[in-house]
Design a protein. Sequence first.
Length: 566
Amino acid sequence: MNTEETPTRSDFIRQIINDDNDTGKHDGRVQTRFPPEPNGYLHIGHAKSICLNFGLSEEYQGKCNLRFDDTNPLTEDTEYVDSIRSDVRWLGFDWDDREYYASNYFDQLYDFAIQLIQAGKAYVCDLNPEEVSEYRGPWNGVGKESPGRSRTVEENLDLFERMKSGEFKDGEKTLRAKIDMGAKNMNMRDPTIYRIRHASHHRSGDKWCIYPMYDFTHGLSDSIERITHSICTLEFENHRPLYDWFLAQLGVFHPQQIEFARLNLTYTVLSKRKLLSLVKENHVDGWDDPRMPTISGYRRRGYTPESIRNFCKEIGVTKYNSLTDIHLLERSIREHLNRISPRVMGVLNPLKVVIENFPEEKVEYRDAVNNPEDPAAGTRPVAFTRELYIERDDFMEDPPRKFFRLAPGKEVRLRYAYFLKCEEVIKDPVTGEVTELRCSYDPETSGGHAPDGRKVKGTIHWVSASESVQADVRLYEHLFSCEDPNAIQEGDDWRNHLNPNSVQVLEDCRVEACLASASPDERYQFERKGYFCLDRQDSTPEKLVFNRTVTLKDTWAKVKKKTNGG
């Protein structure tokens, strides 16, 4: 899979557009929209919708609007508006001057509601939410008509105006469409069009105390903007008859609603309600916590927009709900970072090495390859000194037979440098812990090979003790320990499946000195350890903090296979 050249797959949505263009529908015009509700941060499921809507508009030389579905003042905030803008742009898309809000259309939507009342297609209802649900009836039966259904047009116009003027309390009255209380589709059993909310709106302030419902607003906003193909996720399929009903009754421009399967990822929850709970209950450190499946969380963790766009292309668009393996997403970022990330050496659990036959004051610079996937990236100098750090698990005092790293009396190759032999092990006299290795190096092995032909099987990474810098490193695992936290057994709580080891913080790691000048969000491959980026929030010049984006290989899949007896 090539993360920059994965071709767009043909799918049923593109076939619909192709058929429309062949017949001259909309005069060949393609206009889509991405309509998020500003009540939370965007997640990877939204990324799929963003890539689809903006991608289709680019592919067919059309346009895509960014429209905020801001009809619920109780849950919306300008913080979310700003984050949505930022995320869409980061993914590589732009809406030019086409930033719209459902609140832009509140006056028009109110006039549309008046038009329905005048046509005898809407009425003011006095039932509370519990009574509305009761009157709606069972899905396999019929509903019961609201007492307000028989009101005259004049009565409904008067009550609706009084709702607008603030005469009634929240929940005291609603405006409902008069359709069919015996409809098999529950959405057609006199759905609510307007409800009362005495709350200040982030854009319209206190002008309104009645707000339109999503099903009423969505299709009419599409119509006002002359959207040609209104692409929604599959849960809105049963809402399409209502979408069409409003447009037909009002005789306005009629877009086509098309539904596709939403993204579901293993070891992940994508419900906004659940994500909000994770934030508010302090299970994570905010919406941009690198463990979160939000776009801002992935960005902070080091994911690239190219890899996310490619992942969305790779999984394609279908009509069938399924569970996508998160390792497909990780593979996409891994393969992209492999091509673009500079290589550096970082020691996460340092063990000191003293090379006794190397001069104390000498600093020798070794050439290290910046990226073997990109010859134009060149090389960098890496300081080699008498005192080094290696990974603690690259040494064993009593190794098993197939341990090819450093051990007493054994040799190993230092990456970009020399053969190194362990001569003596220094231990803490109290704990017995290995604190230092006394070693020798062979100056004749500068090219990584011995003139006498002797071989070593292991190559390890290292950093100079004096010419490196300290850093904290965060290692991440999946946020949930079960494959599908959305499919837990009745009586269980999805929170019970949070992974207690989802983050491990390593302090006093050592990394090459060149990383002291790294910029926030810069990505690197720490050789043999994975891909990392400098944290843009917590890192400072005095204290570097790196987040591990992804491992070099799919180690989680191997763990899962062993756990399942593979």
